[in-house]
Design a protein around this ligand. Structure first.
Ligand code: AMP
Length: 185
């Protein structure tokens, strides 16, 4: 299985984010799950890539030419793909992966997981999307999604299709038995 992991180009200001990202990376490597990510070596992105490599796992980074300097491309990963722009990065990451998982991050992380989740709603793919909810980081976002649903802007089944857990074993089990809901159109 190959998982696209979206996460912050920052590490957050609570050391739990970094520690749990290391635990997560180790879990992926030990379970032979390949990682596709944004290719940087800063923030949680760098922590994740370093840990997976350290434990013998495979990591493919996908970075746009223009971001190579800002996000400091990781030179110690299995494969680094340099692409033209953000669109190509996201499309490549989506194509290479069987599932999508967001760890804590900022606007970029949110944009990336939301994009693949909206594609899932539209039936452009049938791959699972998950929030790895370290430290309850995504609780308020889930509340917002419930509000969207209650107010009639989002089907409940699309809220429910997002896997929300902070447990690695449960995440893997849920990803493996995931069945896509019926699509929007
Ligand atoms: P962030 O969560 O903002 O720290 O960013 C995490 C990753 O998302 C980084 O690799 C950013 O390059 C990427 N990113 C930032 N803005 C966007 C965007 N508008 N669309 C897609 N990815 C983005």
């Amino acid at each position: 299985m190959t998982i696209a992991v979206y996460c912050g180009s920052s590490a957050g200001n609570n050391s739990e984010y970094e520690q749990r990202t290391k635990d997560f990376g180790k879990f992926l490597a030990l379970n032979n799950i390949n990682v596709v990510y944004g290719g940087g070596r800063v923030g949680l992105m760098g922590v994740l890539a370093d840990t997976v490599i350290e434990h013998g796992g495979k990591v493919c980074g996908v970075i746009p030419e223009k971001l190579k300097e800002k996000e400091l491309e990781h030179t110690g990963i299995t494969e680094l793909r340099v692409v033209a722009d953000m669109h190509e990065r996201k499309a490549t990451m989506a194509e290479l992966s069987d599932a999508f998982v967001a760890l804590p991050g900022g606007a970029g992380t949110l944009e990336e997981i939301f994009e693949v989740w909206t594609w899932a709603q539209l039936g452009f793919h049938n791959k699972p999307c998950a929030l790895f909810n370290i430290n309850g980081f995504y609780d308020k976002l889930i509340d917002m999604l419930e509000t969207m649903s209650l107010e009639g802007f989002l089907k409940k089944e699309y809220v429910d299709m997002i896997i929300n857990t902070d447990c690695e074993d449960k995440l893997l089990e849920t990803l493996q038995k995931y069945q896509a809901p019926k699509h929007k159109w």
